[in-house]
Structures are given as structure tokens and as C-alpha cells.
Ligand binder design. Structure first.
Ligand SMILES: Cc1cc2nc3c(=O)[nH]c(=O)nc-3n(C[C@H](O)[C@H](O)[C@H](O)COP(=O)(O)OP(=O)(O)OC[C@H]3O[C@@H](n4cnc5c(N)ncnc54)[C@H](O)[C@@H]3O)c2cc1C
Length: 326
């Protein structure tokens, strides 16, 4: 029976959240097309890892095992996954869109004469895959042609685009797959895995966040938002470009490569609302967006939107709040 194969990642004995989202996307695809859903874990997956996906939809989970796969290398993972695909002949291969996947999946797809349809945020009948363009201002629809069993369509799904809590009961079969890897063909020696610095600011527990984006224009203007945060008793957060520029520390970044937050109130100031930012804050109870572009995607998730110049609106808000406090 033709299948959808989802390649999962694990960390600390758990399948990662974005992998569960990829599993949910793959399950939707399999259900729509009447295909079997299978999953694979590459490396040295433990029983604990399997327990976290047991009964979450896949028919078979392949444990892809080889001593050369204990640490990630692009060469090893490409070859191992290629052999698994040749052996199991799925029609679709689905990945979570992680840094690791970005490293090896395009190469894997090329092996089969295919491209990777990356950063998918939705699956429509057909199937057609939605991808965002121009920082989320436009959606594009992609369809794969010239693919099939053993020569699959490859796609990766964006963090936060699919619900991770999908639960389809059913028995999952566990199978070991041992690829034959030529150790000489693995040309890289893995170093220590990257570990993010310990975070001293816990944005996740702050009830109010005032979050600033590139609309603030320069670091010298930050006191405008700092004063609003002080008036509200809020923590200061930011979009990625602000932290990348070193205007605020990395630990204040919200989004797919920063912290995930769900405060009572999230005020997004001069933030466009790119998907990578939205996935980190769209669970907030109340979102207020201040942006001079009425078409900014942030307004799609905002409960209250203020269209205008932040340099007028933010100081006026601070003055009003301080006046009430007196
Ligand atoms: C792999 C990857 C991971 C990423 N991870 C993250 C992440 O974790 N977090 C994150 O935030 N981003 C992340 N990004 C970046 C993300 O794609 C966007 O580029 C980023 O979120 C944009 O930040 P911004 O909204 O501050 O800036 P912009 O997109 O430049 O938006 C600035 C906004 O300010 C508005 N504006 C300008 N002037 C004014 C004014 N005077 N008054 C009011 N409004 C004004 C504009 O209309 C615009 O909407 C990631 C990207 C990649 C590829």
C-alpha cells in the first residue's frame, strides 16, 4: 500500500513538538489521499521516544539504526534516509522544518530528482501545499508533478502551522531498519551539539509583554517602548531582527527560534507578523498590534489593532497610563 513517510526528530527522549506537528500534517495528507502513514526516527531512538508516538497515527515506525548515525551528519542522514525511501517506497516524505532538515533534506530530494517543498503552512485538496511569500504578505500554492512511489514528493512543514495534539488511536508497529553505510562516505566529524545559553529572562511566565519590532527603526528609540513596559509593569520582548542587531539580548526574542509565550496581554509594536514570530505568541490571551501598515499580517491574529505611527501612539499610551496611575 502506498504511503506517507514522516521523518521525525527527538530530543531528551521525546519526539520534538515540531515533529509532532509534521506528524499531524502527514496524517492529514495520508487520510485525504487514503494512504498509509509511516514514520521514521534516525539515529539511536530509545523506547522512551517510541512511547511518545505510540498510538499517534503511524502504522509503522522505522528505527533507522547504525553506529554512524548516533550523531547527525548530512552525509549519514542523506544516505540512510535514501535507503529507507528506496526500500519502503513512499509517495510523500514529510519533515519538520528544522535547521537539521534544511541541511540535508534538499540534498536527499535531489537524489531522487525532486525538490523539497519547504516551509509548508497548509495542505489543500489536490493536494496543494501553501507556502508564504514576502514575510507572510502573500500565500503561494504549490503542486508536485512527476512523482510517485519510490520517487516521492518531499515537503517540510513550518513550526506552528499544524496542531501537535492530534491523536489517532491505533497500534503502531516498530521495525528496525539498518542501512548499509560506507564509513568513508561520511566526510564530516560531528562536534559538540550547539546549546543555547541559559536564559535569565523567563518571558513565558510574564503576564504582560510589550514586544518591539523593526518598526522602531533604531536602538536609540527603544526608551519609547521601555517606558510603556514600565507603565504597564510588563516585560520587554522583541522580534528577531531586534535581537540579531544586538539592540536587545537574544533571550528576549519571541518566535520559532526564540521563546514561546502566552501572556494575558501581548502588545506587538512595529512587528509585521511573520509566521516565525506568530508561532511564538499567537497563543496569547489578548493581542494588541500597533502598525502603520493596515495589511500587516499581525492584524490577522490581533484582538485589537491600531493602525498608525508607533512614534505617536506609544508615547500617548504611556502618558495616558501614567496619568491614570497618579
Ligand atoms: C529560520 C528562521 C527563524 C526565524 N525565527 C524568528 C523568531 O524566532 N522570531 C521572529 O520575530 N522572527 C524570526 N524570524 C524572522 C522573521 O521571518 C521576520 O523576518 C521577522 O519576524 C520580522 O521582524 P519584524 O516584524 O520586527 O520586522 P519587519 O518584518 O521589518 O516589520 C516591521 C513592521 O513595522 C512596521 N512599521 C514600520 N515603521 C512603523 C512605524 N513608524 N509605526 C508603526 N509601525 C511601523 C512595518 O509596517 C512592518 O510591518 C525567523 C526567520 C527565519 C528564516
Amino acid at each position: 500500500m502506498s504511503s506517507v513517510l514522516v521523518i521525525l526528530e527527538s530530543k531528551n527522549d521525546h519526539v520534538t513538538r515540531i515533529s509532532l506537528e509534521a506528524l499531524a500534517a502527514a496524517a492529514t495528507l495520508a487520510e485525504t489521499l487514503g494512504l498509509r502513514l509511516n514514520a521514521a526516527l534516525v539515529g539511536a531512538p530509545t523506547d522512551l521516544v517510541f512511547n511518545t508516538i505510540q498510538g499517534k497515527a503511524p502504522h509503522t515506525v522505522y528505527a533507522v539504526q547504525h553506529e554512524k548515525l548516533h550523531a547527525y551528519t548530512s552525509d549519514g542522514y542523506t544516505e540512510a534516509c535514501a535507503q529507507l525511501i528506496q526500500s519502503t517506497k513512499p509517495a510523500y516524505v514529510v519533515f519538520p522544518h528544522t535547521y537539521q532538515v534544511r541541511d540535508f533534506a534538499p540534498r536527499l530530494a535531489t537524489r531522487f530528482g525532486q525538490v523539497l517543498i519547504s516551509d509548508v503552512t497548509g495542505i489543500e485538496p489536490g493536494p496543494a501545499f501553501t507556502r508564504q511569500l514576502f514575510q507572510g504578505k502573500l500565500n503561494s500554492t504549490w503542486r508536485a508533478t512527476a512523482f510517485g512511489e519510490g520517487n516521492p514528493c518531499f515537503l517540510s512543514v513550518q513550526a506552528g502551522a499544524f496542531r501537535a495534539d492530534l491523536h489517532i488511536p491505533g497500534e503502531t508497529i516498530l521495525e528496525t531498519f539498518e542501512p548499509s553505510l560506507d564509513t568513508l562516505a561520511i566526510r564530516t566529524t560531528p562536534g559538540e551539539p550547539f546549546r543555547a545559553a541559559a536564559q535569565t529572562v523567563d518571558l513565558a511566565s510574564a503576564p504582560i509583554l510589550v514586544s518591539v519590532g523593526r518598526g522602531i527603526k533604531e536602538q536609540a528609540n527603544l526608551p519609547i517602548v521601555e517606558e510603556l513596559a514600565a507603565a504597564l509593569g510588563a516585560e520587554l520582548a522583541a522580534s528577531r531582527p531586534i535581537c540579531d542587531a544586538g539592540w536587545l539580548p537574544m533571550e528576549r526574542q519571541v518566535g520559532s527560534s526564540g521563546q514561546t509565550v502566552a501572556p494575558k496581554l501581548y502588545i506587538a509594536i512595529g512587528i509585521s507578523g511573520a509566521i516565525q514570530h506568530l508561532v511564538g505568541m499567537k497563543g496569547s490571551q489578548c493581542i494588541v498590534a500597533i502598525n502603520k501598515d493596515e495589511n500587516a499580517p499581525i492584524f490577522e491574529v490581533a484582538n485589537y489593532g491600531i493602525v498608525g505611527d508607533l512614534f505617536d501612539i506609544v508615547p500617548a499610551l504611556t502618558t495616558a497610563l501614567n496619568a491614570r496611575a497618579r
